[in-house]
Each structure stands twice: as C-alpha cells, then as structure tokens.
Design a protein around this ligand. Sequence first.
Ligand SMILES: [Zn+2]
Length: 139
Amino acid sequence: MYLVRIETTFDSGHRLLDYDGKCAFPHGHTYRAEIFLQASSLDQRGMVFDFTELKHRIKAWIDDNWDHAFLVNSRDAELIAGLASASKGRIYQFQGENPSCEVLSRVLYNVVSELCGVSPAKVRLWESLDQYAEFDGGS
Ligand SMILES: [Zn+2]
C-alpha cells in the first residue's frame, strides 16, 4: 500500500461554546493540516496523486474559507454580531457545532474528498505544537 502526505498551514481564530477553559475566549491558532492519501496501485505517472495539484486545490479552499478567518459555531450570535460590525471580518460558520480541532479535521476530510474525488486515508490537524486531532472516515 502506498501512502502520500501533504501539509499546509493556516491561521484562524475561534472560540468554543459551553466550554469551561481558555478556549472559551476568542483566540487564534496557527493550524497545520496533514492530508494522507492511500492507494494500492499507482497511476500511469507512477503516482498516488499529483502532490502539486492536491496542494493547490486544498490550499485554495483553505485560503478562501478558513485562513485569516474566524471559525465560529452558528449558535455563537454574540461573536458573529461582533465580527459582522468589523470592517474586515471574515467568518466561517459551523452549523450548530463548535470549531474544535476534531470538527475541523472532519470537515477538512470531507472537503478533500469532494475536491479530489477520493477519500483521504486520514486528515490530521495540529492545533498547536503538541496536540492534534485526526479524522479517518471510519476506514
Ligand atoms: Zn483554540
């Protein structure tokens, strides 16, 4: 089995609702996303997937949606209203879910599946240097 991995980083703000800890406050992270793709055979180019093409598609989506944006729970009316009053606020809403590292890894897994037409083996999302969440689609 072949396994390839790409990574990309992005900066986002967020906060968690119904949470008793520092992440209840609006703050930011430099996230590092690792996307793993697996295949038992290679294409005619000798590749699982073209790294350059894969990175381009994923980075473009992240740039358009999450990078330098606030990732918010759609129930967080207070933060959404505050950001809406800013002249240059970018918001990405998660419907009824907290923008936790686990949720982000699952959403990114599904985005990669749609962008590439193949489900990744897993997505690992680092929220800091010493903690990450993974989603593998149950495979
Ligand atoms: Zn956080």
